[in-house]
Design a protein around this ligand. Structure first.
Ligand code: SF4
Length: 466
């Protein structure tokens, strides 16, 4: 089956309130499998060295680099990132640690230097001034060799990123940029403590276009307090008029038990599950009517954007940063809370920047959590990624990769999958498992069928699937 054909990219069917209620439950977004809450605490630098030694045996494979800048000037009420809101944070001291970590990690990958993807996230990476951004980029390029075709991306706030910073980034070689927008409605922005005008967003986008950035992305969030369908539709219309290459339309993840500052959101009026889903459905329809293609569960891209092209060719991938076209199987994470994925290892650094700094100074590494995947984990990860990226699992390809029949491996899942098939969420036959248009709203639920850890998980760790 052609992958593009299997993607329910056309109209999203009407979903009854009963169905929404039935499937609206806590569930992972599956940027990893097993999901981060299942990794083990108490994993240290020796574990990371072991993972790096395994990665060093494949010098021909290019790497993906992620650098986490954990600082923001203030905290948005909806934020679910690992952030310290401190306008006076000592960025140079943090850069000292990043440099040490980059050198320590690179020293264990002596022949493995090429980079196909580099992403700076946060926090707010443009918390750094141009001198600091240049310093960080030089630290990376001293230890690694960034390929001429590499995707070099940064997350930015259009209200605070300056022309000087954007020009500096482009000069360094950054070629992808993502803007946090969330909603253009001033009432919603005030409610969540993140104000930026439409003009600021437009200006930043225009400048980035002039500078030659490609794959320009905007992040939007539905489910925020005071969002109404009419206000949200106006936001989507305004965004369509700006024509970013890509959009990520995320469901607000309300987890006050994990992020105490989100308790402030509780006092405000948030859309209920039916209203929330209606916001997503409206955005999806407006974007698709405007020519955008649906990518995976919550992304959209213009037809000539490489994400849409990759989806059509069946080569779309997913990693901790979301959907990507670059397949760099090993990702190194630098900075507080940064996650690394090295083949069958996951590792994560200390979350707190002070604890991260202390560990780097002492050991050169700050690994504190991680997991070594079993063969069963690896097979399930592959299935979940195919579902998240292409909405289709090819049984023959599974057998070719793992030398085992899909139906035998997932005998215990058959009953639930058949139930989902009866509900109209998916089809399952000898060729494979294909998510139907109705099931595209519930892809996280469908992936949970393959998640053996899910039942034992503390589900309060995860946001709701709708
Ligand atoms: S700018 Fe982003 S990372 Fe910083 S507080 Fe707001 S949502 Fe969180």
């Amino acid at each position: 089956m052609d992958v593009a054909e299997s993607t329910p990219a056309d109209s999203l069917p009407e979903i009854t309130p009963a169905l929404l209620k039935k499937y609206d439950r806590p569930g992972p977004r599956y940027t990893s499998y097993p999901t981060a809450p299942k990794w083990h605490d108490g994993v240290g630098p020796d574990f990371y060295r072991q993972a790096l030694a395994a990665a060093a045996t494949q010098p021909e494979r290019p790497l993906s680099l992620y650098v986490h800048i954990p600082f923001c000037k203030s905290r948005c009420a909806y934020c679910g990132c690992n952030v310290v809101a401190d306008a006076t944070a000592d960025m140079d001291a943090y850069l000292d640690c990043l440099e040490k970590e980059i050198q320590a990690v690179a020293s264990l990958l002596p022949e493995r230097r090429t980079v196909a993807q580099c992403h700076w996230g946060g926090g707010t990476p443009t918390f750094m001034n141009v001198r600091q951004m240049t310093r960080l980029f030089e630290a990376l390029t001293t230890s690694f060799s960034v390929l001429p075709t590499a995707e070099i991306a940064i997350e930015t706030n259009p209200a605070s990123a300056t022309a000087e910073q954007l020009q500096c980034l482009r000069g360094l070689g950054f070629n992808r940029i993502s803007f946090g927008v969330q909603d253009l409605d001033p009432k919603v922005q005030q409610a969540v403590g993140r104000c930026q005008t439409q003009a600021q967003t437009q200006e930043a986008l225009s400048l980035c276009r002039e500078l030659g950035f490609q794959g320009i992305n905007m992040d939007l969030i539905y489910g925020l307090p005071l969002q109404t369908e009419s206000g949200w539709r106006r936001t989507i219309d305004a965004i369509i008029a700006m024509r970013p290459d890509r959009l990520a339309v995320y469901s607000y993840a309300h987890l006050p038990q994990r992020f105490a500052h989100q308790k402030n959101v509780d006092a405000l009026q948030r859309p209920d599950v039916a209203e929330k889903y209606a916001l997503f459905a409206a955005a999806r329809k407006q974007l698709m009517d405007a020519g955008y293609h649906a990518i995976g569960m919550d992304h959209f891209a213009l037809p000539d954007d490489e994400l849409a092209v990759a989806l059509g060719k069946g080569v779309l991938h997913r990693n901790f940063m979301g959907y990507t076209v670059q397949h760099a199987p090993d990702q190194l994470g630098f900075g507080a809370s940064a996650i690394g994925e090295l083949d069958d290892y996951y590792v994560q650094n200390e979350r707190d920047p002070a604890a991260y700094g202390f560990a780097i100074t002492q050991y050169g590494y700050a690994t504190t959590r991680g997991m070594h995947l079993s063969r069963d984990d690896i097979m399930r990860r592959w299935v979940i990624r195919r579902l998240m990226c292409t909405f289709f699992v090819d049984k023959a390809l599974f057998q070719e990769l793992f030398d085992l029949p899909f139906d035998t491996c997932f005998k215990d899942e058959q009953r639930l999958l058949e139930y989902y098939a009866q509900e109209g969420l998916l089809t399952i036959d000898e060729q494979g498992l294909c998510i139907m248009p109705l099931g595209s709203a519930f892809v996280r639920n469908i992936c949970m069928a393959f998640d053996v850890y899910m039942q034992r998980d503390d589900t309060t760790m995860f946001s709701r699937t709708i």
